[in-house]
Design a protein around this ligand. Structure first.
Ligand code: PHE
Length: 471
């Protein structure tokens, strides 16, 4: 039926397309969720929420998810399904001048994958420490963690190991197998996150953290909160980097896009909220309000061991927890790396293995600076606006606060004005009997609110980076 269009272009775009269509909507949602659920939820969301005012951040984030997140994800999936192509070719198929949007899109995973793998390496280290019985030693309030990331060779080795694993899966094409395993590991992760969240609230002092996390305070709202929440939204929902375009291209016309987007969003956001609940009250209990604000990227690694240390069977619990986190990180890293590999295959006509090898070398080289940024190159912090940033922070800022808002802005202009919002309506309604319920919201968002907002975000990020304003 409607699959024909996708199948034809699939054949045309060559080798990569052996990945073919998702068998049903459930398979598609699972794969998209595996990409979306990862360190964004477990590591990035709680530390940003802790840093940017708790309740204020949460509120802004939630509003953005149901408006921006919905609009952008739907637009990307529709572009993918309509064209049956991945980002560069998808945009190009509308006219040569649009190809630049695809190229910028392709750049995003090139920046994110290396530093994502650095954190993946930290997780691997913690997993092995817990598996070998040394978990208790990590619960010392940060000394172990800072010592580890500041050491010279070790974090590089763990990062390299993580990259090898990711690229092996992508190079051999084992994603399907991993996704099957994932459907067992993810429920375990969810159970853990729920269980620990409930337990953490019973730790003395945790309720202050709960109040901080859930109650928005006016003085905590600022442009910085909005910029951070917006960057997090792109990161967590795997938006503005071509991934959802590619997933859309694998999706058949039978899949109800609007409903799928809602489900992916709800799943990803619910998990992020729970991760905040698991970590933020606990940080307050162990290190008070200042601890929460200063923690930064170490929060997950410092607080979680402290929580486990207060429990019986802490080593076993910690091992299962870090295993589940490791898996979530691995599946997301695979989807990031897959995006780069498929661009290389499409553009240079390389075989999967050759492309994977090339991407492996590239990602490894690019991952070394952010890893060493915490040790040998520790002085390499750059002052951006008012903040001292490590190399990892800079890469994160470049992708989430500059490049992704830019890509998202171009996607809005593309859909809102160049091809027109009716394009998305038609694509949603290509599924038999489906009526696009949120068309009015979509139209207003994609044409007016989203572009205006993204422009403000982008300008303030750039002004902040150049030191003209301090966010
Ligand atoms: N969304 C993933 C996470 O939350 C990260 C990711 C981004 C994965 C982009 C793939 C593509 O961890």
């Amino acid at each position: 039926m409607g699959d024909q269009n996708t199948d034809n272009s699939a054949a045309a775009s060559g080798k990569r397309r052996h990945a073919t269509l998702f068998s049903n909507r459930f398979a598609f949602i699972l794969a998209a969720a595996a990409s979306a659920i990862g360190l964004g939820n477990l590591w990035r969301f709680p530390s940003l929420a802790a840093k940017y005012g708790g309740g204020a951040f949460l509120l802004v984030y939630l509003i953005l998810v149901v408006t921006f997140g919905f609009t952008l994800m739907l637009a990307e999936l529709a572009i993918g399904r309509k064209t049956g192509k991945s980002a560069i070719d998808a945009f190009r198929s509308f006219g040569k001048r649009y190809a630049i949007i695809g190229v910028l899109t392709a750049l995003v995973p090139v920046i994110i994958t290396p530093y994502y793998c650095v954190i993946g390496g930290w997780i691997s280290k913690y997993l092995v420490v817990y598996l070998t019985g040394g978990g208790a030693g990590t619960a010392d309030g940060g000394g172990f963690f800072s010592g580890f990331i500041a050491s010279s060779g070790e974090p590089v080795l763990w990062t390299a190991l993580f990259i090898v694993l990711v690229m092996l899966v992508v190079g051999i094409g084992l994603e399907k197998g991993i996704e099957k395993l994932n459907s067992i590991v993810m429920p375990v992760l969810l159970l853990f996150v729920i269980g620990i969240s409930i337990y953490a609230l019973t730790i003395p002092g945790a309720l202050d953290g709960l109040a901080y996390y859930l109650i928005p305070r006016l003085e905590d709202f600022s442009i910085a909160t909005v910029v951070a929440a917006m960057g997090q939204l792109f990161f967590s929902l795997s938006l503005a980097m071509g991934i959802m375009i590619t997933y859309g291209s694998y999706t058949s016309k039978e899949t109800n896009l609007e409903k799928s987007v809602r489900q992916i969003e709800i799943g990803d956001t619910a998990l992020a909220l729970l991760c905040g609940l698991m970590i933020i009250p606990a940080v307050f209990a162990f290190s008070g309000a200042e601890g929460a604000q200063q923690a930064g990227p170490g929060l997950l690694f410092i607080t979680m061991p402290q929580v486990f240390a207060t429990l019986p069977f802490s080593t076993a619990l910690g091992a299962v927890f870090f295993f589940a986190v490791f898996f979530a990180a691995l599946t997301s890293a695979i989807s990031l790396a897959e995006a780069i590999v498929s661009f290389v295959m499409d553009r240079l006509g390389f075989s999967r293995r050759k492309a994977a090898l090339m991407v492996f070398v590239g990602v490894l080289l690019l991952a070394i600076p952010p890893t060493l940024g915490f040790s040998d190159w520790g002085n390499a912090t750059l002052t951006i606006g008012s903040a001292d940033m490590t190399i990892l922070d800079i890469m994160d800022f470049l992708s989430n606060s500059i490049l992704m808002p830019l890509v998202a802005l171009l996607v809005c202009l593309f859909v809102g004005y160049w091809v027109g919002p009716a394009f998305v309506k038609d694509e949603v309604e290509a599924t038999g009997g489906v009526h696009f319920k949120a068309m009015t919201l979509f139209r207003v968002m994609i044409r007016y609110i989203a572009p205006a907002f993204l422009l403000i975000i982008l300008i303030s990020s750039v002004l902040n980076a150049t030191g003209i304003i301090a966010l």
